[in-house]
Ligand binder design. Structure first.
Ligand code: BGC
Length: 761
């Protein structure tokens, strides 16, 4: 530390300003005089996109392993495997002389239309946070840094450089921030990348509350904040907000602006020093990891295949899978010959090798004869001839394997999806092939859900293979032939149709603003609340075996929030094949002061079981598992009461429910104020005590005035007086009666507030 402070102390104003802006597209400014090297960063998140020329933004990058993208990783629900992948990424970063990998992305999947969802984990903040933390921990365990991105609320590509995400405080705290919070507190990423967009009117790059108050002060983030590439508008305002490093560079105008601002007294030099200290600290840390050498490309390819297979989600299976020695297999769809394994944009990797799905199928198919038909064109055109050819191929085979890849013109970084559909030709192709071949398996390559209702009924099986990374072709073969028993489960809901989705009426926004009108209710939280049926629920995925849940237990029936509880359940493999089950624990608060989603994921575990084997799965639940964020108190709040613990195989397949009693240890202050309603006074424990005697008197008087009955209903004005009063501010009611009062209404309320808050409150 002292060393870092010494370096900062020796730097000139010019050197400090220069350090806060990149020297190239991918490097920071070195200070040779002080032996401070440059720091080299590189995309991310599922492979290393190392540009040979550090001044180039989008050159063909050096070869690196393209692992599956985050949608696939998330569907593994396997924190250990993701950690291992992180280690492999770090080894490649070291070999490619990269200090910091720009990822992972922890943004929420607010709508399946977001073009960049393939780079994000989930619609659920708990799951996304846990998985992001695992990847960061894996990468950083080898002395390579990460950049957790895009902080915050970058949930669409439409106008991503400027749009203002309008989000209420509670939704921000409970949905859009927790994945970042978990990753920061559990994994301490070296850097965090701010988003392009505005949050409630302020650019993320200039958002003091997000960057300094919440990220640095509240969560204790110790690294530096880097801008997304080109996200800075006002360099000085950004520095003041807590944006330490602007990328890319060089940008002398920015450096000059900082120097001038300090000289003119507009920018306190201490603010600059703090940014410099944070950057120097990471530069020095990175320098401790020697760079260069080789990485084991073959081993990483094998790992990529394992991850891809673990992430595949079997959406439907009538029993055709795993394949039982078919003799003639029709392989249809151009994605079988040219794998669609990654998305477009900054995460685009130059792979070390690519598995061709057709070839990998052939390797595992024994003596079976494989035939091929392209099925659909590369572009959006419609070519009936390709469908006819595919039908003819499928007809004479025992099974048809239909490889359907959502084309990049429909899904990529930089633009959102226009709809949730496959191309017109792909839908027609599936319908035509399934009409002649009942043994048809559809294998999907996409980064986010597609609408399947128009074609799924005719299929025998559907495998969601995602953007599966360079070894995905082999992984498909592993799953189809049963070398791997599929165990992936959806980390995002598959809706039936676009109009069902949570943000449908508030997306993509207009006039520079997008309202997060659905609030807390994204993903399964929305489908639960609206009772909207879904195609495949969150947490869903089939296996070639079956699992039974029994003996659900909690460590205590009554417990204090700070102690938490442990939930356990026995899981038995009741089938005949070794397999893995993902057990999910959701919490349902029976009653709360604020509206809460019906259930929320708060824990999960993945367990491998031999046929007939039983294992006990144990999942801890802590304070936060039971808390909600109450903007009135500006803190996470628990309440006394009953909570249901739902243990399930998916969000809609709850196998057991255990009800426990939560005891809150919080002593919340009263938030009553001058304009509080009668209801608020009666619901507040301190308020009730102070106000209740007066309330009884008031009611009696009002009943008298309105000619009311004892039950509170009133003849003279035809309403329930008590009900009418409840939502009026106490002060207003007192004003109505002021001539009958012994003191002015304002004084009475002030006195009551004094009793509640103490003097001066
Ligand atoms: C993307 C980031 C990426 C950066 C550098 C931006 O356009 O939003 O995710 O890390 O470019 O390529």
């Amino acid at each position: 530390m002292t060393n870092i402070q010494a370096i900062v102390a020796q730097m000139t104003l010019e050197e400090k300003a220069a350090l806060c802006t990149g020297a190239s597209a991918w490097t920071t400014t070195p200070v040779e005089r002080l032996d401070l090297p440059e720091l080299l960063v590189s995309d991310g998140p599922h492979g290393i996109r190392r540009q040979p020329d550090i001044h180039a933004m989008a050159q063909k990058s050096l070869p690196a392993t393209c692992f599956p993208t985050a949608s696939s990783l998330a569907a593994t629900w396997d924190t250990e495997l993701i950690y291992e992948m992180g280690q492999a990424l770090a080894e490649e970063a070291i070999a490619l002389k990269v200090d910091v990998v720009l990822g992972p992305g922890a943004n929420m999947k607010r709508t399946p239309l977001c073009g960049r969802n393939f780079e994000y984990f989930s619609e659920d903040p708990y799951l996304a946070g846990d998985l992001a933390a695992s990847l960061i921990n894996g990468i950083q365990s080898k002395g390579v840094g990460t950049s957790l991105k895009h902080f915050a609320a970058n949930n669409q590509e439409f106008e991503r450089f400027a749009i203002s995400a309008e989000i209420d405080e509670r939704t921000l705290r409970e949905i859009y921030l927790p994945a970042f919070e978990t990753a920061v507190t559990k994994a301490k990423p070296w850097t965090v990348m701010c988003a392009y967009n505005k949050v409630n009117g302020t650019y993320a790059s200039e958002h003091h509350r997000l960057l300094t108050d919440i990220l640095k002060n509240e969560w204790g983030f110790e690294g530096f904040v880097v801008s997304d590439w080109g996200a800075v508008h006002d360099r000085v305002a950004a520095l003041q907000a807590g944006l330490d490093l602007e990328m890319p560079g060089p940008k002398q105008t920015r450096v000059n602006a900082v120097i001038e601002a300090v000289r003119d007294g507009v920018l306190n030099e201490a603010v600059l020093d703090e940014a410099v200290r944070r950057i120097v600290q990471i530069v020095c840390r990175a320098a401790q990891t020697p760079k260069g050498g080789d990485f084991d490309a073959a081993a990483h390819h094998t790992l990529a295949r394992k991850v891809a297979a673990e992430g595949m989600v079997l959406l439907k299976n009538n029993g055709l899978l795993p394949l039982q020695n078919p003799q003639h297999i029709a392989v249809i769809g151009r994605a079988a010959q040219k794998a669609h394994f990654q998305g477009g944009g900054s995460s685009h990797i130059n792979p070390t090798q690519v598995d061709v799905p057709f070839n990998e199928l052939q390797k595992l198919a024994g003596n079976a004869e494989l035939s091929f038909a392209a099925g659909y064109p590369e572009d959006a055109s419609f070519e009936q001839g390709l469908i006819d050819e595919a039908v003819a191929t499928a007809k004479v085979a025992d099974v048809a394997l239909l490889h359907i890849a959502l084309p990049s013109f429909k899904e990529s970084e930089g633009y959102d999806r226009p709809d949730l559909d496959l191309t017109e030709q792909q839908v027609a192709l599936i319908q035509a092939v399934t009409a002649v071949q009942p043994n048809t398996v559809v294998i999907l390559n996409n980064g986010a859900p597609v609408v399947v209702r128009d074609w799924i009924d005719g299929t025998a099986a559907v495998l969601e293979a995602w953007m599966m990374g360079q070894a995905g072709g082999g992984a498909i073969a592993d799953v189809l032939f049963g070398r791997t028993n599929p165990s992936g489960k959806l980390a995002e809901t598959y809706p039936i149709k676009l109009a069902d989705t949570p943000a449908h009426l508030n997306f993509p926004g207009e006039n520079g603003v997008v309202h997060y009108g659905e609030g807390l209710f994204i993903g399964y939280r929305y489908y639960d609340a609206r009772e909207v049926p879904v195609q495949f629920p969150f947490g869903y995925g089939l296996s070639y075996t079956t699992f039974a849940y029994s003996n659900p237990q909690v460590s205590a029936a009554t417990f204090k929030d700070v102690d938490g509880i442990t939930v356990s359940v026995d899981v038995t493999n009741t089938g005949s094949m070794v397999g893995k089950e993902i057990v999910q624990v959701y919490v349902h608060d029976q009653e709360a002061r604020l509206v809460r989603p019906y259930k929320e994921l708060k824990g999960f575990a993945k367990v491998e079981l031999q046929p007939g084997e039983t294992k006990t799965v144990t999942i801890p639940l802590d304070f936060r598992a039971f808390a909600y964020y109450d903007p009135a108190y500006r803190q996470w709040v628990t309440e006394d009461g009953q909570v249901d613990i739902l243990i399930g195989a998916s969000a809609t397949d709850i196998r057991s429910t255990v009800t426990v009693t939560l005891q809150s240890t919080l002593q919340l202050p009263s938030v009553l104020h001058r304009e509080s309603t009668i209801r608020a006074w009666l619901e507040d424990p301190y308020g009730k005590k102070a106000f209740e005697p007066m309330y009884q008197q008031m009611m009696a008087q009002l009943n008298h005035i309105f000619g009311g009955d004892d039950d509170g209903s009133s003849e003279n004005i035809g309403m329930d007086t008590a009900g009418f009063m409840l939502d009026m501010p106490l002060l207003s009611i007192l004003h109505f009666q002021e001539e009958a009062l012994t003191q002015p209404a304002d004084d009475i309320v002030a006195l009551l507030l004094e009793q509640v808050h103490g003097t001066g409150g």
